[in-house]
Design a protein around this ligand. Structure first.
Ligand SMILES: [Zn+2]
Length: 337
């Protein structure tokens, strides 16, 4: 590849040729490859990062295309896992980047392996449980991480340097609960995603090229529709359980086995131990109950008013209910416990 590829970025003095070489040696883990994660991955691949690991538990649907910029209609038609679809696109965007797409749900059992070896973790998730898990693993391993969240036209982001800046638990000791809007109730617009991802990626570049003095140092929150700008300069909490007392409650806890998926009328069931399902055999078993579609990674079956999507590791997404008990019973009946 000619040296032209990154010439405009190298001309930018805070990066320069040395910064570009550092980017080339950098490994980044992106956890969650939806709206934020695809925007982060696209920008970092174009910037010439050395290696990207994308972790996502979900598959592409038509309703994602409004804001998840690495996916297209054929990905949705084929129900491709997001980690696979995104990795394929990224290889076409920059073949010099080592891209690894992993179909998995980040849990206390696997997150250390998923982010191990990364110089930086980017938050592309949509729930606080996983973010606290990322906060724990980042603090334990001393890996910087960048929180990002978007609901409606509102977006927020925070950069965490372990033991040097406030962590997520300093700022939000408990997950926000009750009365706060989610993408269920408020929807989400693409420009709000783009704003948060742009800040996250800029911060990522600063960390990776060694310009930590340029980090914004705030909890940034912005409503891009109403132009409400609320930067807050957070302080480290001397009693923070995570970064001061190093009690990693999320990392040491058990993974939730049934979880409601935001905005999807769906539940996810995660077996405590990962399984290695024979999807062909499962297909034959489910065909009497309803139409089954499958690809190399997952299987979908419509049964009554539900749709079951089953991944090879035994995880399932059950659409048509938000009742944990209903989801558990469908799983036990059709997939087996
Ligand atoms: Zn803290």
């Amino acid at each position: 590849m000619s040296s032209d590829r990154y010439s405009r970025q190298v001309l930018f003095p805070p990066i320069g040729p040395e910064g570009q070489a550092r980017l080339r040696r950098s490994r980044v883990a992106i956890v969650g490859c939806g709206a934020l994660g695809t925007a982060q991955a696209d920008a970092l691949a174009r910037a010439g990062i050395g290696a990207l690991r994308l972790v996502d538990r979900d598959f592409v649907e038509e309703s994602n295309l409004q804001r998840q910029t690495l996916f297209d209609e054929s990905d949705a038609r084929d129900s491709l896992p997001k980690a696979v679809a995104a990795a394929r696109k990224l290889k076409g965007i920059n073949s010099q980047v080592e891209v690894e797409g992993i179909i998995a749900d980040a849990t206390s059992a696997n997150v250390e392996n998923l982010v191990g070896g990364a110089h930086l973790i980017l938050d592309g998730t949509d729930n606080f449980e996983t973010r606290y898990l990322l906060n724990d693993v980042a603090l334990k391993r001393g890996i910087p991480w960048i929180y990002g969240a978007v609901v409606g036209s509102y977006a927020a982001t925070l950069t965490v340097l372990p033991q040097r800046t406030p962590c997520l638990a300093c700022v939000f000791p408990e997950p926000p609960r009750g009365g706060h809007e989610t993408c269920d109730t408020a929807g989400v617009i693409g420009p709000a995603v783009a704003w948060a991802a742009a800040i996250q990626v800029a911060e990522a570049l600063k960390i990776l090229v060694g310009r930590e003095e340029d980090l914004h140092g705030s909890l940034l929150a912005y409503d891009i529709w109403r132009h409400r700008w609320q930067p807050v300069r957070p302080q480290r909490d001397p009693d923070c359980l995570a970064c001061q007392k190093r009690q990693f409650r999320y990392l040491e806890g058990q993974a939730p086995t049934v979880m409601r998926l935001c905005g999807r009328d769906s539940m996810q069931i995660h077996p405590l131990e990962s399984r290695d399902l024979n999807l062909e055999a499962l297909r034959a078993r489910l065909e009497p109950f309803g139409p089954v579609r499958a690809n190399a990674f997952l299987l979908k079956c419509a049964i009554d008013s539900y749709e079951l999507t089953v991944f090879a590791d035994g995880r399932a997404i059950i659409r048509g209910t938000e009742e944990p008990a209903v989801a558990r019973s469908l799983y036990a009946k059709y997939i087996g416990s």
